[in-house]
Design a protein around this ligand. Sequence first.
Ligand code: CS2
Length: 480
Amino acid sequence: MPADFPRLRRSPGPRPGTGIVHLGLGAFFRAHGAIYIAEAMAASGGDWGILGVSLRHPDQRDRLEPQDYAYFAVELGPEGATPRPIEVIEDMRVAPEDPAGVLAAMADPGVRIVSLTVTEKGYCHAPATGRLDRGHPDVLHDLGEPLPRSAPGFLVRALERRRAAGLPPFTVLCCDNLPDNGHLLRGLVLEMAGEIDAGLADWIEAEGAFPCTMVDRIVPATRPENIDWVAELTGCHDAAPVLHEPFRQWVIEDRFVGAARPDLAAVGVQLVREVRPFELMKLRMLNGAHSALAYLGYLAGYETVAEAAGDPAFAAFLRGMWQEEVIPTLAPPEGEDLAAYAETLLTRFTNPAIRHRNWQIAMDGSQKLPQRLLGTIADNLAAGRPSRRLALAVAAWMRYVGGTDEAGQAIDVRDPLAERLRALSDGAADPATRVSALLAMREIFSQALASEPGLRDAVTAAYRALAERGARAAVAEIGT
Ligand code: CS2
């Protein structure tokens, strides 16, 4: 039992200064960016300690503070579990408790990078347009009040302070799975800054840097039982371990304010001029397949990605989707072979040591579908190629957000648009009406895509197959 183990503590010794503020300090960043940054400092030095910020809940801070922000990252690979202590978080703040403290930290002259993993919905934008969601309560609040609530609001107000203090801006390093993530966030920050002070927006535009990035590592949410298991494994009680697969990749556009950054190249980060081909490959092949598996797998009764991807019918479905519907839309990034990348994905998805719940990936589909599935479908329509498997994945999302599974059980749908999605589903009598009602959601489906008869017909046919025969049969019917 964890009570019998001593609490994990940070080792004594010199500490680097804080050079990075990270917004959204969750499991993903602690298992990915934080490890690269710790390794870069071990390799080449530098004051790149991280101050973590939780924008919503105190849980991570409450777990990490008693162990001085040290934690174990446990790699789950074919040879078993390998724990490794990570000591790169210097401090933490919880934004709703102390927004002024967060702004002061971001305006500190030693801070040169503000990185973010706040999930898709944390950017308070409309996914179909990439613009700020002007109806979002946090956006409305942040446009009127100096102490912000949203991630874009913290960036704008902290940059305002730095400008007033005569400091350079920090580099804004977006590490979420969004298309053109740096450009997107730059647009949102400029949009909000422009409403507050046009001179501020001009300064950010001229002096700021918002590199695009592609981030990749599968990191399932830590479950309560993992904490006991990590205690047995390490002999220490860690209240906030992270579990991750061996694979990792980080591609960053090499554009930092004053070229100030940790020596990431020394630890395998790819610093490139053009991130877009990497990002499209990853969003469409990995995340697109993840979302397809999440909805279809959940409906078919599979709890985890590994269980679903381990079903030969699902594996054949994924291979067909990649080969016929996704790879033809992509230009291979330098050094990548897309067919080999697809096979690696299947191996990663079937890693039996990773218990990544379909339900976790199914969250926030309204924010994920455009960049994971819909852009690919739009490209296929334009090229006259079919998207049968992608259409089945979209139909599965529509079934899922209806809130009832194939056994008649309620689904706990987590999505910022969950209520509307449910109301639209409930108000439609048959598959064709339901599909049309959901395609009319402009935050998700652009007018151009929704009015394509090719899309509507394919999704409606797929929806019927799901309703009449169930997800497993629908997946198997599509064949290879
Ligand atoms: C997943 C991602 O939760 C999700 O939506 O698709 O978190 C995925 O595991 C990562 O992007 C992998 O890099």
